[in-house]
Structures are given as C-alpha cells and as structure tokens.
Design a protein around this ligand. Structure first.
Ligand code: FAD
Length: 290
C-alpha cells in the first residue's frame, strides 16, 4: 500500500539565551523548508516565558513564511492580560492559538487559578472563541492526564473544549499506536468531530524522555525501555529513535491519520530524518535551483 505523504507541524520552545536563539534559528532553517502546515511556540510552565514566547512567535511569523500557532496558558495571569496577549497576536496577523490550562510553576503542588484569571482551559477557549479572531487548538490525552480519573474523563473534557470553540486537538506524546486509536475511537463515540492530531516525540535522549513521560502520564511499555537499554549500551540510541518513530508514524498513516505534530525540543535532526522517511522532504522552488 502506498501511503499518502502526511501534513506535518513542528513545536518549538522559545529561546532563553543567545546560544538557544541560534539553536532555534538553526532548527527553523532545517525544518521550515519542509513546508509545515504550522509551527507552534510553547509557553513556559508557570507562564514563565510570556514575553519570550510572544517575541519568538512574532519573529518567526515575520521572517520564516510559515503559519505560527502561539501557545497560551491560564497560569498566573488575569483574564485581561491573557486577552491582551491574544489581541496583540491578532494584530500581528497570528491567528492560531494553542489554548491550554497550563502547568504550574516548578515546585507548586498543582494548578491554582489566578483570582482574576481563567479557571480552566474551557474558559480560555470560550473567551478566545468569542473574539472570533482565532483558530483554536487544544491539548488532548490519549493516555490519561495525571489529574484525570480515567480515559473517559479526558474524552469528556476534550468534548467540552471543542463545544467551547476549539477546532483541533493535539495529543500528548505516546509510544504505542493502539493508545491513539483507542482514544480516537472514544472521541468519535462521544461525538467529537474536531481534528485530532497525534503529537509525536522523536527521542533524542531516552533518560530525559522517561522523566517527561512520568510527569505527564505517558505510558512507557517495557519493550521500549528494554530496547533503549540495549541501544544506549551499544551507542545506537539515535538509530533506534529514528526507526521507532518512523514506524509509529507509518502505523498512524496506515490508520488514516493525515497530520502529524512533532515535538522537536528545538533539535531538528531526528524530526528531519523521520520526516524524510515519510516522504516529507524540503520543497525547493524552481527559482532556487535554476
Ligand atoms: P485540560 O484539558 O484543561 O486538563 C487536562 C485533564 O485534566 C482533562 O482532560 C481533565 O480530565 C482534567 N481536568 C482539568 N481541569 C478540569 C476541570 N476543571 N474539571 C474536570 N476535569 C478537569 N504546558 C505549558 O505550560 N505550556 C505549553 O506551551 C504547553 N503546551 C502543550 C501542548 C500540547 C499539545 C499539550 C498536549 C500539552 C501542553 N502543555 C503545555 C501541558 C499542559 O499545560 C498540561 O498538560 C496541563 O496540566 C493541562 O492543560 P490542558 O489545557 O491540556 O488540559
């Protein structure tokens, strides 16, 4: 079976140092030629990168010829401040927002709404939708979010976000295709018609990714942990990552998925290699080669 070439999108985080800025521009220089549907820029946990996110979004929007989605969270901000940020995006021509409740700052026990802020992602989506200025994406959790009672609670909550005005959901990363398919089926059964884009994490560093997974509720199957133990021992971690990530994406495409969202962690190589394996290669115009 010949698989269709997927639409891809890439997530970056805003740089916090000069060196990190160069790394991000290098990452963009590698991945922007793959003609992504959009790229997105995260908003640091606890709202810590508010200004950096804002600057990075505007700079990418103005210089790279790609659609940019700005992440926005409810953490530690009044409604007025949050809507002022979204308004300045609209004025700059940025019309995609990834609307999230957000993670609390490091060390905090859990999410505590600002007294004058949005109390949940649903409230944020509602307010953004009311402006009529944005295409709104939200987070989704194929393996239950740590605060959710079970998978159905995540499906029900996603339904509330879609009913409030979200048009797209981007999932947390996962390592087994069956997790995504189970979630997609449950969403369909709940009447969710918004597009659900799988979030794909190419593994640059297994030890780091294990840490992310334990914090966000992503399941690590035993076979995967064993495979990385052997690959790290043999100095083949990157090779394993490319092969497994390309296989995961291929299985998703075989199941009818058309869009893939890559968590790049501002390191372009693995994402570029996986995209190449899926047939997503740099688009070179005739003017550039003639
Ligand atoms: P929500 O959907 O609001 O909540 C997650 C789950 O918790 C729900 O499915 C539901 O089961 C339960 N829940 C939450 N609130 C309620 C409620 N009031 N009533 C009942 N159940 C509830 N974090 C950042 O800080 N910055 C980012 O830039 C960022 N980008 C992300 C991008 C994506 C694609 C994803 C998937 C996550 C991202 N996160 C980011 C992490 C996210 O902020 C955390 O997972 C956060 O804990 C939940 O935010 P949310 O809006 O996705 O979840």
């Amino acid at each position: 079976m010949t698989l269709p070439t997927p639409n891809v999108s890439f997530e970056f985080f805003p740089p916090q140092s000069l060196e990190a800025s160069f790394r991000l521009w290098d990452t963009l220089g590698t991945l922007a030629p793959l003609a992504p549907e959009f790229v997105s820029v995260t908003y640091g946990a606890g709202g810590t990168t508010r200004d950096l996110t804002h600057d990075a979004v505007k700079t990418i929007h103005g210089n790279y010829g790609v659609n940019v989605a700005a992440h926005l969270t409810c953490v530690d901000a009044t409604r007025e401040d949050t809507l002022a940020i979204s308004d300045s995006y609209a004025q700059a021509g940025v019309t995609r927002i990834v609307a999230l409740r957000g993670d609390p700052p490091k060390g905090a026990s859990g999410f505590r709404p600002h007294p004058d802020g949005f109390a949940s992602s649903v409230e944020l989506v509602e307010a953004l939708a009311q402006t009529g200025k944005f295409d709104i994406a939200v987070g989704a959790y194929p393996e239950p979010h740590p605060e959710a009672a079970d998978l159905q609670a995540c499906v029900d909550y996603l339904k509330r976000k879609v009913d409030a005005g979200a048009t797209t959901a981007i999932t947390q990363f996962f390592f087994e295709t069956s997790s995504f398919l189970r979630f997609r089926d449950a969403c369909a059964a709940a009447g969710i018609t918004a597009q659900i884009i799988p979030g794909i994490l190419p593994v640059n560093n297994w030890t780091r990714v294990r840490g992310f997974a334990s914090r966000c509720g992503a399941v690590i199957p035993t076979w995967l942990d064993d495979a990385y133990a052997a690959a790290i021992r043999d100095g083949r971690e990157q090779l394993l990552s490319t092969a497994l990530c390309a296989e995961l994406c291929t299985e998703l495409l075989e199941e009818g998925v058309k869009d893939l969202h890559f968590y790049t962690l501002n390191s372009p190589d693995l994402t570029r290699d996986v995209c190449a394996a899926l047939g997503v290669t740099p688009r070179v115009t005739l003017a550039e080669v003639a």
